[in-house]
Design a protein. Sequence first.
Lengths: 324, 431, 269
Amino acid sequence: MAADVAVVVEHLNGTIAEVSFEMLGQGKRLAAALGGKLRAIVLGRDARAAAEACGTADAVLYVEHEALGGFDPEAHGKALAALCAESAPAVVLVGNSSKGMDLAPDLAVALGVPVVTNVGAVAIEGGTIVATSRLYGGKIHAEVQVAGGRAVLSVLAGAFPAEAGKSDRPAAVEGVAPPADLASRIAFQRLIEPEAADVDITKEDVLVSVGRGIQDKDNLEIVQELADALGCPLSASRPLVDLGWMPKSRQVGKSGVTVKPKLYIAIGISGAPEHVQGMKDAATIVAINSDPKAPIFDVAHYGVAADLFDVVPALTEKVRELKG
Amino acid sequence: MPIEKEKILSVEPERIREKSRFVLDGMDISGHWNRMFEQRVLWGYEPDRLDQVTKLDGGESLGWCYQCGKCVGVCPVDVVGDYGPRKIFRKVQSGIDLFTDDDLWLCTTCGNCLRVCPKEVDMIQIMPAVREQAVLEGHMPPELQDAFEKTAKYGNPLGEPARKRADWTREAGVEVPILAKTKRAVDVLWWVECYPAYHPRGREASRALARTLAALGIDFGIVGVDEKCVADSQRLAGEKGLFESLAEDNVKTLAKYEFRRLMVTDPHAYNAFKNEYPKHGGSYDVVHYTQLLAPLVSKVEWKKTLAARVTFHDPCYLGRHNGEYEAPREILRAIPGVEVVEMFRCRQNGYCCGGGGGGMWLDGFNAPHLEERLSERRVREAVEVGADVLAVCCPFEVSRFEDAVKSTGNEGKLVVRDIIELVDEARGARQ
Amino acid sequence: MNGNEPSPGETLMNIVVPLQQTPDLVEELEINADGTDIDRDAVTLQLSEWDGQALEEALLLKEAGAGSVTAVTIDGGEADAILFTALAKGVDRAVKLKPSGDAPTGLDHHALARLLAAAVAQLGADLVLTGVQSVEDLDGQLPVLLAAMLGWPHVSVVTGTELRGGAIAVKQEYSGGVMAELEARLPAVIGIQAARQAPRYAPVSKVRQIQKTAKLEEMPVEAPSGEAGLKIRRVFKPEIAGRAEILEGEPAEIAAKLVSLLKDRGLAI
């Protein structure tokens, strides 16, 4: 059993998170390298439907219980620990999402195995698990070797292709009884859906996106003019939303939305992993940033390493000229 | 904020006294002709607001205002908005809480009101005193807080790493001696300040100045990475503690070096070194770079004629606050081909660029209260006198005016140059 | 325990806020000689951004009448400045933890959590608020490890809290603006993503005054040994994959190149 790989599948309102497919795809490869099986784990009040969408896995274990309805970190933690203690997989992949942050370190402590966070790459080298963690806003990576042959890996969204984890194959689902003890000191109370947004940036073909490099709220005008010239809305990275300069509905990235426009122009955005996971699949990415070493240039197709205050107005002008 | 919003009350019906039938001295004034109102009560009036200001150290003179209104005509903020010290006095007297009101952050401490005030109501003392209290109580615009935090953390309001403070020297084309390394006495210690050290346009001017100093054979050096923001604008924006703490550091740093004169690029630093640092144990023979260079213009080897109509914008903290109007003009007049034209607001009545007293970090916050930025108004004035170059000698101004040239649609008509950049160009040194 | 005597009928809690010092990313980070860590002699440390949010949230709870706030950090680096600033912002106690041996680095959260768990127990905390993450999360996020070691419930990625008797109501943020409301029985560890309002400013004069008058408490703690079970093979700067084609020239030239590129590809223009 110690050669198996388990993927904790995250789902909300019947939709499976993209990162779960990414992990299933990668999990399949890891299981093959270890000579074991890939198991998907789905927890919930109604988990079966989600379980059936995980055909990539060799087996899908689902646990259904009233206490697993909403995400209660303690109840979910107990159910997951019980399942993993029994099946003892070598590797458990958990998404580094809000829920995953509550689950991964907790599970590692419960199982007495190491945890690696912010995992962007993983390999098996002669039976040893080697994971690469993206630290310091993606500026520095650490390659670590896990002691003892077992680990919980908290995987960054967007690190692996989702296609490899999607399958039309009927899943071999298996309902597992929840552990006797799911008592929790936490009570899930309700889900709060976001208010209807003025613009749905996930449905736009073109986005001009702005980050901390804009420096001053007043400077937003400069990028707004470019967006106006292109006839598209503005989106933003988290800092600007936290500052209250941009509405939450325009936030791209981990705690915002994932966008896949045809053209994404990132202005003054350094490219922290939290942002990149929300826009890396845009068809064409243009990045304008004064720091030539900014990680955004890693995902961009076209880069301009210059002062945005010089380049953006010039670009606006050219766009206007062309559009007449 | 318009005062009407809170203070004008609609007339309550029960206060209306009106006789439907009334004949007075044979004249029929029935109906609304005889309408009278009972005295009304100003319920929004807070009588102690003015006391709260005047009891502060530095706040006293607000109470001396006798509403003559001379200040309003010269207040640069009133030109593009609805402001002016007289109005501030009246609003505070009738009950606004200046400590939490947006009006608190509009004053750029340019000093033009004090110049004309017969009662010496001193906004340059009043505003920082009230702002200091506001900052202590946590009321300040977020963008200003950001500038304070960056200044405290990095020693500059731009949030740039301290260790990159002297990086601009690499591309100067001449050696810029860093005193921590050369360890020798110099004639002129050049205090570069933050925008000239970090801002791309400030750096260009710094390089031009370095080349000019070298060409004139001036024995100079800079402090380098240990230099920290002089923070005079942060002081005027209410962060007195930050100013004092940096002043202590900078006085200690300067004590390590031997020099005869302290030359600054920034008029705000000039003001602080001249008028504030002596209170913190630092007394220096401080000169602005234009004052150092003006007597030397006959020694400059000019290689190019610029053929430009140049107008000069007096920095508030060099001119009005410290009385230097001639040195920058002397340099400009010495540049071959330069014709100097004056804007109608110049010298003692020079218009403010909007960057002083913390205004540099308040453009976003103040925008809703202004029809246009002060820098935009100033750029229009430069265009009006037919200038093709707006010359400046304060590091806040180049970027402010260049933005304003673009936003007022005057690109191609007017360029903004630091005086030293014009010198550098006419010397044929500009790279 | 905290100097505040509870008035009859109400329980005042002791909120402990562990503050981590992490490298300032404004500065370029360098790798150490053997390539197994960043060069810690060259970094500028600062209060971890998320811990600053946690501190603000704790102060908001205190101002709502919750009780007292104790800030703790490990001695060394910017510890004094961080704690004096916390006092200026309004915490009741500021405690410097003095490990018996080498303090764990930011890349060993297991050791850090072990050390803090001892401190939290000693301080008699009812509630721990700390940053949900840091820029150094290699072996698990600190609040969850800390909760696991204390045996307390935990909620991560929280953007607002409210005390309700012996429990804390929190908003947990998912992606896409979706949030959940949860209630955790105390004692608990809450990982704060963002406080309800931007962290307050500590005026320098206040900090300086406190530096002159207040004394930081010191608490000896056992320096834990490594238990993360990870061996760092190498720490490196990722190669910029060179995916981006970099456009160069004057702004106008760059703009022209870019526009023609977009036009050729039928994008937006």
